[in-house]
Design a protein around this ligand. Structure first.
Ligand code: BTN
Length: 276
C-alpha cells in the first residue's frame, strides 16, 4: 500500500477543465471490485454518456485478455468511462476506440509528466521497455438495447520498484520511477479527461488516416524486439509494420513474416540488454 498525499480530489481534477462530452458526471469510489464493472452496473441504471468513475483501490481489477490488474491502493490513476452508442451519441468502431484511447493516454501522460511515454500496440503505454499504463476497452449491449463502451485505464504513478512483483520489475514502471519532478495524480487525471474528451468529442479524429498518423507519431519505433502470444502460441521477432486498427506485422526469429490482429494478441517488448 502507498500512502498518497490524500485521496484523489475530484474538485482539483476538474478545476479549470473545460470538457464537452466526457465528465457529464465524475465520481470517486474509494474501493470497488473493478471500476469497469462498477460503471457497467450504473450504466444499466441509466447513467449518462460521459460518466467517469475514479477509484483508489480495486479488489478484482481486470486487464486485457482475462488477466488481472494489480495496483497498490492510492498508487496510480485508475478510471472507467462510459460511452453510449445510441440515437444521440456516435462512436468509432471498437478497434478504433481501443487505439484512440492508447493514443489519448499517451498524450495525457506526456503533457502531465516529464517522461518519454510511447503507445505500444494496441494500447499499452511504455517508457523505454517498461509498461506504465494499460487500457481495457469493453463493448456490450445494455438491457435497454443501447450499445455501450466502458473504457478502463490505469496509470502507474507513485510505485517504487519494490511495489512490483519481482518478475515484473524489468517490465513495469511508474511515473515516480521515471522522473525527478513531483508526480501530481490530479494533474495526470485532468490530462486524461482532457485527451479523452478531445478524442471522443471530435469525430474528425476517427478516420483511419488520422489514427494511423497519430499512432505512428507516438509509438515505439519499428524494428524493436518483441514477444507475442496469440491463439495459445508464443512468438518472438521484430516489428516490421503496424496498421494500428488492423494488425501488427512481425519478422519472426523462426523465419518468415506474420501478421497478428489486436484481438487475442498479447505483446511484450523485450527488456533492453542494459536493463537490470
Ligand atoms: C491491461 O493492461 O491489461 C489493461 C489494464 C486496465 C486496468 C484498468 S484499472 C481501471 C479499470 N478497471 C479495471 O478492472 N481495469 C481497468
Amino acid at each position: 500500500m502507498i500512502e498518497p498525499r490524500g485521496l484523489l480530489s475530484i474538485s482539483k481534477i476538474l478545476d479549470g477543465l473545460s470538457l464537452e462530452r466526457i465528465g457529464t458526471r465524475v465520481e470517486l469510489v474509494e474501493q470497488t471490485g473493478s471500476s469497469n464493472d462498477y460503471v457497467w452496473a450504473v450504466a444499466e441504471e441509466g447513467a449518462s454518456d460521459g460518466y467517469v468513475v475514479f477509484t483508489e483501490h480495486q479488489t478484482c481489477g481486470r486487464g486485457r485478455l482475462g488477466r488481472t490488474w494489480l495496483m497498490p491502493r492510492g498508487a496510480g490513476v485508475m478510471l472507467s468511462l462510459l460511452l453510449l452508442d445510441d440515437a444521440h451519441h456516435r462512436n468509432p468502431p471498437p478497434e478504433t476506440v481501443s487505439i484512440l484511447v492508447g493514443i489519448a493516454v499517451t498524450r495525457a501522460i506526456r503533457s502531465s509528466a516529464d517522461v518519454d511515454a510511447r503507445v505500444s500496440w494496441p494500447n499499452d503505454v511504455y517508457v523505454g521497455r517498461r509498461k506504465l499504463a494499460g487500457v481495457l476497452t469493453e463493448m456490450r449491449t445494455l438491457r435497454n438495447g443501447s450499445r455501450a463502451y466502458v473504457i478502463g485505464l490505469g496509470v502507474n504513478c507513485l510505485q517504487t520498484a519494490d511495489h512490483f512483483p519481482p518478475e515484473l520489475r524489468t517490465r513495469a514502471t511508474s511515473l515516480d520511477l521515471e522522473t525527478s519532478s513531483p508526480v501530481v495524480r490530479e494533474r495526470v487525471a485532468a490530462e486524461l479527461l482532457r485527451e479523452l474528451d478531445r478524442c471522443f468529442g471530435d469525430a474528425s479524429r476517427w478516420t483511419p488516416e488520422f489514427v494511423r498518423k497519430s499512432f505512428h507519431e507516438l509509438t515505439v519505433p519499428l524494428g524493436a524486439c518483441v514477444q507475442l502470444t496469440h491463439a495459445g502460441r508464443d512468438y518472438r521477432g521484430r516489428t516490421i509494420d503496424i496498421d494500428p486498427t488492423t494488425a501488427i506485422v512481425i519478422e519472426l526469429d523462426e523465419g518468415g513474416r506474420m501478421s497478428f490482429p489486436a484481438s487475442g494478441t498479447a505483446l511484450l517488448y523485450e527488456p533492453a540488454d542494459t536493463d537490470a
